[in-house]
Write a protein that binds this ligand. Structure first.
Ligand SMILES: [Zn+2]
Length: 495
């Protein structure tokens, strides 16, 4: 029909004009509007899969050569594609097999295709780049240099110091990770091995995950390591990665994992992924990290005698609990971090109560006494203050650990143990492999309890002051400054 075609060509002409204008404007960093990290993630596309390929030369002081291939679906018409990438040299970018222009703007790598990408189409971006294990200036996270190789710690916003991508937990995707390292090294990544290719000088390991993952949870371990295999409940493959030199000393801890998984399953239901295990890194990080299917621990937590055994075990359970809370069910935004840390702290404390006679109620009472001060320092649990400049890891404050576990305790007091336990089990099934927000949690809690809990939970989640604790009218905030009482707040804080 002539009318339609005339209209279409007019539209096309105006689209081209807009495009030329946009292309002339300077590239700028974009974000998905996260309140705490405004430039994290990028609008206009949804990543389906990453294929990451790293070549390690055997030195922690020179960049790895890397190729990152991203398959994504456009959700709007794009005349530029922003990726997050801030610490490495980009050699080339291809878009759907054709060389594409690129530049950097802030923390973004901005790719300009020859022609705009139409909304609702697949695009494949291939970036050849370096991935630098040396720390970025004034930045934390990314590669962690260990005594015998490398590991990764990307939470919250550091995956894009390692590889280009859409570095926000709201865009989960599938990952295939390949690592080539000189013979004598062992490489392990999230998921399960699919291929090992040995040549005379080097070996390439390929791993693939079977469930979507947020970029912040990627893990690659390269080291003089031994892979230890054991079996968890219902034949779940358990795989630990340990520095070969320290294998025997660590074994008493490693063998606890299968029972810890069984314990977590008795609380919240089936383990959500294809494998689990502990990565013991020979490095002092000051934190542990729940990287998907393979949690990162610093060896010293297990070999430094100053930590009591019950505490170390509870921290192991903390990272394990994150596989459900944070990894399988990922936060919608970083303000929902309390859903990760509050739950991980909850099961950490519950495990200590059941296995080591450390009453949860005592820990919660202690948390209550300082909760107002935690809120003053870090904001309420579900509306945390922005990270300190240059220390983005500083969103991991007590308000989202014991301060948020305290919210769960208040909820259990309010709705009773059976409803609370049903809520926890339902939550991880309903949002499995997805993202969920604080509002989703309040809504599900209300559904399970059979009444609207908004009026109860909002002051707990968003209030400047800690509300009265149901069932404990005698619990009071303690005004004067005192050392924090919760053990997690005083020793090697988990993440
Ligand atoms: Zn944690």
């Amino acid at each position: 029909m002539p009318h339609t075609s005339r209209k279409a060509s007019a539209l096309l002409a105006s689209a081209v004009t807009v495009c030329l204008v946009a292309a002339a404007a300077p590239a700028e960093p974009l974000g998905v509007g996260d309140r705490l990290f405004p430039h994290l993630g990028n609008p206009g596309y949804d990543v389906a899969s990453y294929d990451l390929s790293f070549t390690y030369a055997g030195s922690n002081s020179e960049p790895l050569q890397a190729v990152t291939t991203i398959d994504a679906w456009t959700t709007t018409t794009l005349d530029r594609v922003n990726l997050d990438f801030a610490h490495g040299k980009v050699h080339s970018v291809e878009l759907d097999g054709e060389p594409a222009a690129f530049t950097s703007a802030g923390d973004d790598l901005v790719v300009t295709p020859e022609d705009p990408l139409m909304r609702g189409s697949w695009m494949r971006i291939t970036v050849r780049h370096t991935s630098d294990p040396r720390p970025a200036e004034d930045r934390e996270g990314g590669w962690v240099r260990t005594a015998d190789g490398l590991a990764m710690a990307n939470q919250a916003d550091a995956a894009h110091l390692v590889f280009p991508g859409n570095d926000h937990p709201s865009d989960k995707a599938m990952f295939t990770i390949r690592v080539t390292a000189p013979n004598g090294y062992t490489a392990v990544a999230n998921g399960v091995p699919t291929d090992v290719d040995r040549t005379r000088a080097a070996t390439t390991w390929t791993y693939r995950i079977q469930h979507p993952m947020a970029t912040e949870l990627a893990q690659v371990s390269i080291g003089r390591s031994t892979i230890l295999r054991r079996t968890g409940p219902h034949a779940l493959p358990v795989r630990d990665v340990v520095p070969t030199a320290h294998r025997e000393k660590l074994e008493p801890w490693l063998k606890k994992t299968p029972d810890q998984i069984s314990w977590m399953e008795s609380k919240v239901g089936r383990y959500p992924f294809e494998t689990y295990g502990v990565l013991m890194a020979d490095v002092d990080t000051g934190f542990e990290l729940e990287t998907q299917t393979l949690s990162l621990f610093e060896k010293g937590l297990f070999t430094d005698r100053s930590y009591p055994a019950w505490y170390v075990e509870a921290i192991m359970v903390h990272e394990l609990a994150h596989q459900w809370f944070g990894n399988s069910v990922s936060p919608r935004t970083w303000s929902d971090l309390w859903l990760n840390e509050g739950h991980a702290t909850w099961y950490e404390a519950l495990y200590a109560e059941e296995k080591a006679d450390r009453p949860l109620q005592a820990r919660m009472k202690a948390a209550y006494s300082v909760s107002d001060r935690w809120r003053a320092a870090g904001g309420p649990p579900a509306a945390p203050k922005a990270p300190d400049p240059g220390r983005k890891i500083s969103i991991f404050r007590p308000n989202v650990y014991d301060g948020a576990a305290l919210v769960l305790y208040a909820l259990r007091q309010e709705i009773g143990r059976p409803a609370f336990e049903r809520l926890e089990r339902t939550w991880v099934v309903r949002h499995r492999d997805g993202n969920a927000s604080t509002a989703d949690f309040v809504a599900l809690a209300s559904t399970i309890a059979g009444r609207d809990l908004t009026g109860f939970l909002h002051p707990w989640l968003y209030g400047e002051k800690t509300p009265p604790m149901p069932g404990h009218p005698d619990w009071k905030p303690v005004a004067q400054a005192r050392p924090a009482v919760a053990p997690a707040a005083t020793a090697a804080p988990p993440e």
